[in-house]
Design a protein around this ligand. Structure first.
Ligand code: ADP
Ligand code: MG
Length: 568
């Protein structure tokens, strides 16, 4: 490491200022970051009394040369930057030289440190900002910082602390975030003499998988993509693992754990429509970008970052998340996906295929996202089961397709695609139909006439309680036009007030129309109809999503059949 020097005042003043030591967890964060900056490969955090009695962070890093130890406790003394330009390319966690003096000002700090070549360790005791002793000791290479009696001389500070349990939880979170950021470093956390967490060194990404899914990477969707001036990797939690808070969202930029409203919004938008309202994804996203494309000097505790190209990063994250989710949620495999599709720890880029039905709430117009879901493979129709499920042979097993859900998906996408192209295919009724409606329904027809026309429904008020129905959306014959109108008006009534905009209203109408006109469970289908339905389904943007939270496709891997028949 470079020698510790006191920063020029002009430089110190350009660094985001503010309180560094707010609570015990901020002390832990600063000390752990110092250990990481010192190149430690093993970091132990010991805490007593929620960090107020004792915080001890031990590392096997480079240590501090004896003659520099007093300097480390001076304000703006740092070995990490010299010039302002260094800030642009900052790779270290710390750079303001403020943590040690700030901590030592409000506690009793004992720092014991030894560099590799030194004959002995140096121990400095600083109490309430006063250097009490500097002595020589036997100790291994590395640094141990003990912070005792935190806030002993600033009792007012105590009032701002939460309960001991909460402060303890915040400490554990701080250690966990650092551990997720740096899987190549071994971490251990001991609380009141008992081991609370231990993370041995792990392969890149695997520590985060450990935190998100207790090491079961199969529970997670790997993501990988590019962002302006960099790359994005990480894990997304499966939809059924969604949470009621944002506690499972983790973001890292160039190895630094950050809170980023931008990244949070981007991920949540990527999940839009796939998660119910009030549910949040779990995720760990790692952005590695050219240092100059991100400013880490915007927050005193460096918890936030600012991207130079915010909208570019936002869009790239939304897209990458969206594509990974759609690609990873295809067929629901009975008993797990085929072996060839399973993720291995080595290839995190391999999309996992242990899918789940996508619970859909029509919240965002699906057309807003370029859907690049994994396609349905080429299927050879076998026939129908219970007049409800289509059986088909796929390259990797037996596929069962819910005929109603599948047809609904096909019709829905067709309706929206036709509307987008402005070529609506509606079917004029040979004889216009008069339909009696309630006053509330009449009001809907009057208020949403345009929307109805856009999906191909031509209904015109005729008198106070009657409409004339002249055309319905083109589609399977025999979809009783009057019942369709009733169904669509029902959907409009449900959506009144809930839909935010035209797109949401149209989507609601398209779903109602598709649901009404699709073949039903129990309908017998001809071999031609089955073949057409499978081909049409394969051509949809999102063949695996049903509007009602059920799977469209379920499959049995061939290996499973072989196991059932004791062939392997
Ligand atoms: P900063 O991290 O911003 O440089 P700090 O007050 O946290 O400021 O630390 C001051 C200096 O003390 C660091 O620049 C570093 O040289 C040294 N230092 C602190 N902790 C350690 C450690 N665990 N191992 C080695 N050096 C350390
Ligand atoms: Mg520091």
């Amino acid at each position: 490491m470079n020698p510790i020097r006191v920063l020029d005042r002009s430089i110190a003043e350009r660094i985001a200022a503010g309180e560094v030591v707010e609570r015990p967890a901020s002390v832990v964060k600063e000390l752990v970051e110092n250990s990481l900056d010192a190149g430690a490969l093993r970091i132990t955090v010991e805490v007593e009394g929620a960090g107020l009695r004792l915080i001890r962070v031990s590392d096997d890093g480079a240590g501090i040369p004896a003659e520099e130890v007093p300097l480390a406790f001076e304000r703006f003394a740092t070995s990490k930057i010299e010039r302002l330009e260094d800030l642009v390319a900052i790779q270290s966690y710390g750079f303001r030289g403020e943590a040690l003096p700030s901590i030592a000002a409000v506690a009793r700090v004992t720092l014991t440190t030894r560099t590799a070549g030194a004959p002995a360790a140096t121990r400095a005791v600083v109490v309430g900002g006063q250097m009490e002793t500097v002595t020589s000791h036997g100790a291994p290479t590395g640094t141990v910082v003990e912070v005792a009696a935190l806030f002993f001389n600033t009792p007012a500070r105590m009032k701002f602390l939460k309960s001991p349990a909460r402060e303890q939880a915040l400490i554990a979170e701080a250690v966990q975030r650092a551990a997720m950021a740096r899987p190549e470093v071994a971490f251990a956390l001991t609380v009141d003499g008992r081991e609370a967490a231990r993370w041995p060194t792990a392969a890149p990404g695997m520590r985060a998988a450990d935190v998100l899914a207790a090491g079961d990477a199969g529970e997670l969707i790997p993501i990988e993509g590019s962002v302006p001036s960099g790359r994005l990797t990480g894990w997304l939690g499966r939809l059924e693992r969604c949470r009621t808070s944002r506690a499972g969202e983790f973001f890292f930029v160039n190895g630094r754990p950050v809170h980023s409203a931008l990244l949070r919004r981007a991920v949540e938008q990527g999940y839009a429509q796939l998660l119910p309202v009030g549910r949040y994804p779990s995720c760990a996203l790692f952005l590695v970008v050219v240092p100059a494309s991100v400013d880490v000097n915007v927050h005193p505790r460096k918890l936030e970052v600012r991207f130079r190209n915010e909208s570019g990063v936002f869009g790239a994250v939304v897209r990458t998340v969206r594509e990974a989710l759609l690609a990873a949620a295809p067929v629901r495999w009975v008993g797990g996906p085929p072996e060839a599709m399973r993720p291995s720890a080595a290839s995190t880029a391999d999309p996992v295929a242990d899918p789940i039905p996508l619970a859909l709430e029509a919240r965002e117009p699906a057309a807003a996202y370029p859907a690049t879901a994994r396609r349905l493979p080429l299927l050879r129709p076998i026939g129908q089961l219970l007049n409800t499920y289509i059986l088909a042979e796929g390259p990797d097993g037996l596929y069962l397709v819910d005929q109603h859900a599948a047809h609904e998906r096909v019709l829905y996408e067709r309706l929206l695609a036709a509307r987008r192209r402005g070529r609506l295919t509606s079917q004029t009724l040979a004889l216009p139909l008069t339909v009696d409606l309630t006053p509330a329904q009449m009001a809907l027809v009057a208020g949403y006439g345009d929307h109805l026309a856009q999906i191909g429904l031509d209904a015109e008020p005729f008198g106070a309680r009657t409409v004339v129905l002249r055309a319905v959306p083109a589609g399977p014959a025999g979809a009783a036009p009057e019942a369709l109108l009733q169904r669509v008006l029902g959907a409009l009534a449900d959506g009144a007030g809930a839909d935010r905009d035209d797109a949401a209203t149209l989507e609601r109408l398209a779903i109602a129309t598709a649901c009404h006109t699709a073949v039903r469970a129990g309908d017998s289908l001809s071999p031609e109809a089955i073949a057409t339905l499978l081909t049409d389904l394969a051509a949809t943007d999102d063949p695996f999503t049903c509007f009602h939270g059920r799977p469209t496709v379920v499959a049995v891997p061939t290996e499973h059949l072989e196991r059932w028949f004791l062939r392997r």
